[in-house]
Design a binder for this molecule. Structure first.
Ligand code: MN
Length: 290
């Protein structure tokens, strides 16, 4: 099942190039009172909402996917977790390019089995999340603001100290993630957390539709020019192990997002550019930069 959020917070069932308005299923969610528990209530209840979403399609109005303003498919993630340096060719380009490492964020990891083993994972502000239709607003004009296209994993249920062998049952679904990044000396959590610097979309594809998240072609173009092209089989630390690493430190809540890392080819964007990202099985999206 493919589920989007659009316009002023409507919920859409995506089939082909149509969006069916199934917003009414929101009424099935319980009313919340302070203090509201962490996590995204819609994602938490997604399994039980699926039949209602399918049923609501009958009689629902529909619009073209290309004509709606797409919001983040996850409304309220409690956190966005991201993996640094998780493709070998990106490790190599990071070592070779002083604009990427700035003599601060050095990519070598001798003595460790992986960059994630050395550097761990990091957090992006949840307030950085937007959908494809909202676009990216450059927060650091005149500096190198890069696209990083990544497979995004959406957690479906509370997870703590989950072993990799059990991890995939905690996944609600997947989408495309853009981990927008300004290059420089500041901490990652500052350089990657400006408003609009996490783009999720175009919609959530539920986990049952993706047989192997470790074998997906993906790419990004800017103004039609190819920039990054890779396959998730080249992830150094895969999805299941990332969930193990993240859930060892953080309690993961429904709707939490793990950005799995970007391949080689990161490069800058500027206002007026349009990014076009796609991941096999997860759709494609245009994201404007302003
Ligand atoms: Mn990244």
């Amino acid at each position: 099942m493919r589920i989007c959020r659009y316009d002023e917070g409507r919920i859409g069932l995506v089939e082909g190039d149509l969006v069916y308005d199934v917003t009414a299923v929101k009424d099935r969610l319980p009313a919340l009172a302070w203090p509201v528990p962490p996590g995204d209530l819609f994602i938490e209840r997604l399994e039980e909402l699926k039949p209602a979403i399918q049923a609501a399609k009958a009689g629902a109005s529909s619009r073209r996917l290309s004509e709606v303003r797409l919001l983040s498919p996850v409304a309220t993630p409690s956190k966005v977790i991201a993996a640094p340096l998780n493709y070998h060719a990106h490790v190599d380009e990071s070592l070779a390019d002083a604009q990427i490492h700035n003599n601060v964020h050095i990519a070598h990891y001798e003595g460790f089995k992986s960059p994630v083993a050395k550097f761990g994972v990091f957090l992006k502000a949840a307030t950085s999340v937007v959908g494809a239709g909202e676009g990216v607003k450059i927060a650091f004009p005149g500096r190198r603001n890069d696209h990083e296209v990544e497979l995004a994993v959406v957690i479906g249920r509370r997870a703590k100290d989950v072993a990799a062998a059990d991890a995939m049952s905690y996944v609600a679904g997947y989408c495309i993630g853009l981990d927008m990044t300004v290059r420089g000396t500041e901490d990652r959590s500052y350089r990657k957390s400006a408003d609009t610097y996490t783009v999720l979309g175009p919609y959530l594809v539920t986990a049952d539709e993706i047989a192997d998240p470790g074998n997906l072609d993906f790419s990004i173009e800017v103004n039609g020019e190819p920039r990054q092209r890779a396959n998730t089989r080249d992830l150094i630390t895969g999805v299941a192990e990332l969930i193990e690493v993240a859930s060892h430190v953080y309690t993961l809540y429904p709707g939490d997002v793990i950005l799995t890392g970007t391949p080689e080819g990161v490069n800058t964007v500027k206002p007026g550019d349009v990014m076009h990202a796609r991941i096999q099985g997860l759709g494609e999206m245009d994201v404007a930069v302003r």
